[in-house]
Design a protein around this ligand. Structure first.
Ligand SMILES: Nc1ncnc2c1ncn2[C@@H]1O[C@H](COP(=O)(O)OP(=O)(O)OP(=O)(O)O)[C@@H](O)[C@H]1O
Ligand SMILES: Nc1ncnc2c1ncn2[C@@H]1O[C@H](COP(=O)(O)OP(=O)(O)OP(=O)(O)O)[C@@H](O)[C@H]1O
Ligand SMILES: [Mg+2]
Ligand SMILES: [Mg+2]
Lengths: 224, 224
C-alpha cells in the first residue's frame, strides 16, 4: 500500500532529513515511527502527502507513483490520507465543529450526515462539550484532539498521525491510541510518529526507528 | 516568592479554568505542575505573566501584587520570568540565533556578550548547528528547544516551562529537565507543567496536581 524506494530528502544547507529509505507498509498495518528529535519523522509524513518532494527515490501509495502525480490531483491524494499534524493546523476563524465538518464538506457529505457525525467523533476524543469553541480558546491537548477528530472522520484508508499525544496526559494518550487501534481494526492503515516510549512498549506494533534520516531498525511487535 | 490567594479564572461560557487556588512557591523551589489535558496548567502560567487576569483572587510575585501592576510595567515583570510556551511563540522571520538574542537585546546586553552567550546556550540544548535556520525549517522538538534557550538565557529569577518536553524523545527530555535542575540549583525558581509521568517520577520534586481547575494534591518529592 505504501512503498518507499531509496527515498532521500535533502533540505538546503545540505541537511539530509531522510537518507536512502526503502520500506513497505501493507494495507491494514499499524506502525509506530520513532526516533530522536530531528531524525526525520515529520519529513516522512510530509513526503507521503506531497507537502515536500523527495530529492531522489520513489514513493508509491496504493500503486500510484506520487512523484508523477499532477498538482491538481494532490487534494484527492490528501483525502485518502487523514493527517494529524504536529502543529495541528486548525483553521483559526472556524469553531471546533466547523473545523471537523470541513473534512466532510470537501468530500460532499450532506448537512444531515455532517450534523450527526461531527458531534459523534468529537465525543470520541472527549470534546463533545467544546463544539462552539474557537482554536485559541482551547488547551494544547484539546487542539491536538480536534486535529485527530478531523483526520479520521472520513474513515480514510490511511491515517498519518505526527505525535498525536505529545500534549496530553498518559491516560488520554492511551485512549487516543486505543482509538487509532480501533480505526486500524476497521481496515485503516495507521502510521504514528511518536516519542512516547510507554505507548510504543504497551501496544507492541511494528516499530520503524529513524536516526539521522536513516532507518536503523524495523521490527514487528517492537519496542521503543 | 510566588503566592496565589483564592485565584479563580473563568472564561466566557462559564468555563472555570482555575478555581479557588491558594498556594505558595518559595524562592529557589522546583515544582512540577501536572493534571489532565484541560485541567488549567497553561492558564496558571498565563496568569503569572499577566497574559490573562484572574476573575477573582490575588497573585503576588516577589511581594508585588500583580493585579495592581500598571500596564507599562508588564514587560519588566515578564523579564523576571523566563517563559517556555506550549506553542513556542518563536518569531518566524528571525533566525534561531536572532530569536534567542532578542531576549538579551531587550535587557540591553552588548553585542559582544550576545555573540558569546547565544551560541553557548544553544549548544546546551543541542542546537549549536542550527543558528542560522528559521523556525519553519526546524523540527517540532527543535522549535521547542529554541523556546527553552530563549527563556533562560537571561538567567531570570523565575522560569516557567509549559510542557517543554512534549515534542522530544525521552533521552532529550531527560537532558532538558537536568538542565532545568541545573538552572534551579543556581537559584532560579522553576515551575514546569508537564504530562511526562516518567520525568516526574524520576526527579521527585514538589508535585502540584490540578483537576478541573482545582489543586487536588500538593506533595514534596511527589510522583505523577
Ligand atoms: N481563551 C480561552 N477561552 C475559553 N476557554 C479557554 C481559553 N483558554 C483555555 N480555555 C479552557 O480552559 C480550560 C483549561 O485550559 P488550559 O489551557 O489551562 O489547560 P491545560 O491544563 O494547559 O491543558 P493541556 O494539557 O491540554 O495543555 C480548558 O477547558 C480550555 O478549553
Ligand atoms: N523546511 C526545512 N528546511 C531545512 N531543514 C529542515 C526543514 N524541515 C526540517 N528540517 C530539518 O530536517 C531534520 C528532520 O526534521 P523532522 O521535522 O523530520 O524531524 P522529526 O523527527 O519530526 O523531529 P521532532 O521529533 O523534533 O518533531 C531536522 O534536522 C530539521 O531541522
Ligand atoms: Mg516532528
Ligand atoms: Mg496547556
Amino acid at each position: 500500500m505504501i512503498r518507499l524506494r531509496r527515498v532521500t530528502k535533502v533540505y538546503k544547507g545540505n541537511i539530509y532529513a531522510l537518507e536512502d529509505v526503502t520500506l513497505d507498509i501493507e494495507k491494514g498495518e499499524f506502525a509506530f515511527l520513532v526516533g530522536p528529535s530531528g531524525s526525520g519523522k515529520s519529513t516522512f509524513v510530509k513526503l507521503l502527502i506531497k507537502e515536500e518532494e523527495p530529492t531522489s527515490g520513489q514513493i508509491y501509495i496504493a500503486d500510484t507513483n506520487i512523484n508523477e502525480l499532477r498538482k491538481w490531483k494532490i487534494p484527492y491524494l490528501r483525502r485518502k490520507i487523514g493527517t494529524v499534524f504536529q502543529d495541528y493546523k486548525l483553521i483559526p476563524h472556524k469553531t471546533v465543529f466547523q473545523n471537523v465538518a470541513f473534512a466532510l464538506e470537501v468530500t460532499g457529505k450532506s448537512r444531515h450526515v455532517i450534523d450527526q457525525q461531527v458531534p459523534e467523533v468529537l465525543k470520541l476524543v472527549g470534546l463533545g462539550h467544546k463544539l462552539d469553541a474557537f482554536p485559541d480558546e482551547l488547551s494544547g491537548g484539546e487542539q491536538q484532539r480536534v486535529s485527530i477528530a478531523r483526520a479520521f472522520i472520513n474513515r480514510p484508508p490511511i491515517l498519518l498521525a505526527d505525535e498525536p499525544t505529545g500534549n496530553v496526559d498518559p491516560s488520554l494518550a492511551l485512549g487516543i491510541v486505543k482509538l487509532l487501534e480501533k480505526i486500524n481494526s476497521a481496515g485503516t492503515t495507521v502510521i504514528m510518529a511518536t516519542h512516547d516510549k510507554e505507548i510504543v512498549n504497551t501496544f507492541r506494533k511494528r516499530v520503524i526507528a529513524l536516526e539521522n534520516g536513516r532507518v536503523i531498525r524495523d521490527q514487528d511487535r517492537g519496542v521503543y
